[in-house]
Design a protein around this ligand. Structure first.
Ligand SMILES: Cc1ncc(COP(=O)(O)O)c(C=O)c1O
Length: 435
């Protein structure tokens, strides 16, 4: 038996379900992947097999694994004792860099995870507006706290009408009745958004969205849709929150808000913000952020907020994202992978299609048009799982996301040669899939 399989048996004796996070059980393999070593765009498992990484820590390691600049910053902090739970000079330095880089940020606060960032943003929106409800879009993902754990992977027969989608819980154990404070609307349907917004406008504290919907692969908001979000929220004193946990730094230093040219009132930043270390943040207009304690009356605190190790890593990483040429290289590699994969699917008569922006992309099987959540009902999860299993077998690592149309991506350490090598391995995978 290989070490990987032994490890799963051992882990199951002590870790609930054998994993530290529920999605790490890879449905294409029936076990988690176990990585022992990583460098740049490559990973090595416990049995020494090498993989080209097209998951990149779900987007956290945008610079690649073990980046020397991030490592030097972390080692410097460790050498000075890494005292946590206190303020130091790095916090304001990173906050300044973020305010200079991300358009809506006039003030910033640090959190550990993206889940915490959206939780605090939503609480702050309620405190600032004095209103109870949150409008969220079908299928948009905002982390694991109770308020936003609805309408994710909803079965087709439980979606409800398009003009009043049903808040289907994505977990057992959610606070009873919490869905009464949630209003759902379909993404990219401007007409329905306007109708639903007007029905609830006086009760809404915030509208939250993924400004580039990477959790459905890669779906861009239509211009009239994203403009309607900005205009209607502004007119009615509702706060617009861009959840940029995944989109921040992905296609440009200012994230989706810079790319789309729309300034939200508040935003969250995650994953790439910490250069592969656990850091997230939320920020926005000064008058809203000033409502946080100790100036205001809205609580946000935590032992590990702004831990010096991820803050130092984030400072080093954002410094690199701001260097000229960084995103040109991402675009070149992204185009090579996207075109190469589309070409591969076409040559081998597989109904696969890739949509991407910046360093992430989605793969859709059997979907003609991917714009709304309901468009994705046609996605062939069975083919996606077979593709992921075949790719892993040939040395290309995609996360499985239970076969859903979700996000994949690459890091800045990936060269065009690496991309070509990945495509050669994937060609073998696709050939074996057809056999
Ligand atoms: C848009 C978005 N928001 C929030 C989260 C939650 O972040 P975390 O996993 O760090 O809690 C994610 C994670 O994938 C995300 O993509």
């Amino acid at each position: 038996m290989q070490r990987t399989e032994q490890q799963f048996e051992l882990a199951e004796s002590f870790l609930a379900g054998g994993v530290s996070a529920s999605i790490r059980l890879n449905r294409a393999l029936g076990r988690p992947m176990y990585f022992d070593r990583a460098e740049g765009c490559r990973l090595w498992d416990l049995d020494g097999r090498e993989y080209i990484d097209l998951c990149t820590s779900h987007g956290a390691t945008l610079l690649g694994h073990g980046d020397a600049r991030v490592r030097a910053a972390v080692e410097d902090v460790l050498a000075r004792g890494a005292a946590c739970s206190y303020e130091n000079e790095l916090h304001a330095e990173l906050a300044r860099l973020i305010c200079e880089t991300v358009p809506c940020c006039e003030r910033v606060r640090f959190t550990g995870s993206g889940t915490e960032a959206t939780l605090h943003c939503i609480r702050l929106a309620r405190a600032f507006t004095g209103r109870p409800k949150l409008l969220k879009f079908e299928g948009n993902f905002h982390g694991y706290h109770d308020q936003v754990m609805f309408s994710l992977g909803t079965p087709a027969d439980r979606l409800g009408p398009e003009d009043a989608p049903t808040p289907y819980p994505a977990s057992a154990g959610l606070t009873p009745g919490i869905e009464e404070q949630l209003v759902l609307a379909p993404y990219n349907r401007t007409d329905l958004f306007e109708q639903i917004f007007h029905r609830h406008a006086g009760e809404l504290a915030a509208v939250i969205c993924e400004p580039v919907w990477y959790n459905a692969g890669c779906i861009l908001p239509k211009p009239d849709f994203i403009n309607a979000l900005r205009e209607l929220t502004r007119q009615h004193g509702v706060l617009l929150i861009f959840d940029e946990v995944l989109s921040s730094f992905r296609m440009g230093p200012g994230g989706a808000q810079e790319y789309l040219g729309i300034k939200p009132d508040l935003c969250t930043l995650g994953k790439a913000v910490g250069g592969g270390f656990p850091l997230s943040a939320f920020g926005g207009r000064r008058e809203i952020m000033d409502r946080l304690m100790p100036r205001g009356d809205c609580q946000h605190s935590g032992t590990y907020n702004g831990h010096p190790v991820p803050v130092a890593a984030g400072l080093a990483a954002i410094g690199v994202y701001r260097q000229s040429g960084f995103y040109e290289s991402i675009r070149r590699v992204g185009d090579r992978l996207k075109n190469g994969l589309n070409d591969l699917f076409a040559r081998h008569a597989l109904p696969g299609r890739v949509q991407g922006l910046g360093a992430r992309f989605g793969i859709y099987f059997g979907v003609e048009r991917a714009e709304t959540y309901r468009d994705l009902l046609a996605h062939r999860r069975d083919l996606m799982l077979r593709f992921v299993a075949a790719a892993i077998n040939e040395g290309v690592y995609f996360h499985d996301y239970s076969g859903a149309a979700c996000h994949h991506g690459f890091c800045a350490a990936m060269t065009l040669d690496d991309a070509d090598e990945a495509l050669r391995r994937l060609e073998q995978a696709v050939i074996k899939m057809a056999e």
